[in-house]
Unconditional design. Sequence first.
Length: 454
Amino acid sequence: MFRTPFHKFDRHNYGLAKTYFEGDDRLTIEVSRDDVEDEENAYQGWLSGLALLQLQETSDRLVDMKDEVAAKIDGYTGVDRGWSIKYDPDEETIAYHQAFAEIYAAGTPEAETFPDTARFNSRSFGSLKSTSVRQLGRVLHHVACATRLKATTPGLQLRNLLTIFARKEDIFKLWNSEENDPDWTRRIVDAMTLDANSAREIEAEFEIPVPYYIDIGKDFVLLPLFGGLLNPHAGMVHHLRRHYRKDWDRSTNSRERALRRELPSVFPSPRYRVPDRNTNLRRGDGSSITDIDAVILDDETGELALVQLKCFDIYGRSLKERDSRRKSILEANTWVEKVTKWVAGRSSRDVARAIGLKGGGDSPPEIVVLTRRTMMFTRETGYDKRAHWFSWPRLVAERTAQPYATLRELFASHSSAPTDRNQTGAQRKTRYDLYGLQVEILEVSQFRDEGNIA
């Protein structure tokens, strides 16, 4: 039976890898995330599931076609050299698996790294995602052919059917027939191939390789399945970041605009107003204090929210990358401090007027820090409590659960500035037994329970 793949690989669903060095020896210990960070990951998974619901009609159509497609596959798939696989697919079956790939890839976090219009070497990010999905369609078609052949032909070993090799010149011909651009074909194949150079880069970043091709010499590549089945977009996204850094950095500004344009889906008109622009807080002499990335005004209650948006790169297993995201979020404390001092008892009506909006009520504005992805990090407690700290997946989930809540009720529904349960300076010991080696890690809480933490 056709199944929608809700169980796709989640790059965030890992423990934290702590690495220790002693001389030339390296020891890596995996420790569990806490409940707060696990909850963040669960919200991301829930939001990804919503993307699949939009493709339900396509999914139902593919279910109805399943038996017909299976018969076609049986008709053109055969045994090669007594142990391998060969097939000559038709266009209809390929289109079926391309549609299947669209469903499989839906909700993948990397697919939303940039808006579709972002450009990388003259190609849009949307077209690059489509390229990955096309290749995933080929992977899913091959899996279908291999499993059908194994089911209908006794004596074959599935391990001989799933991973196959191909000549590089054939791979280039295939892509040239679709792209009609030899230079871009080379770039596509490079982006999808794991070779010695990219393997070193991935290992240095503690990442997981997710290639569509594995280089095995001058003339051949292997076609593995795990690249697409683990994550259809991760390999392409990582390649863009490593090899198109100028385009990558230039495109990062578009992330905040894209997230601001998504806010009306959670706070729709006519009740809410969400201006499609950022604004600036200024002192009495006209000098700038700080930017406000987004504003939400509830015309029914008069409540107002001032929002800073944080849209950083997705991180994987690298502690360095993870710590960079954590620090990036905590930099918002400076923003919270500036906004809080500027508000200084002003009502939402006063603040709305100051930033060029009509309306607002007597209550003070809500101060919100909103991230596109993960907000909470294990044992991180340095969030300024004068603000609400939300991830986009959590916000969408909370709004879905409370569609009529006011801004104040919605943001107050989540204890968004976790505190450390330990006393200041308290020590915590964690002990690991590793095949006769006992490792004891001593952690000292540096949390300061203050209204503002720089």
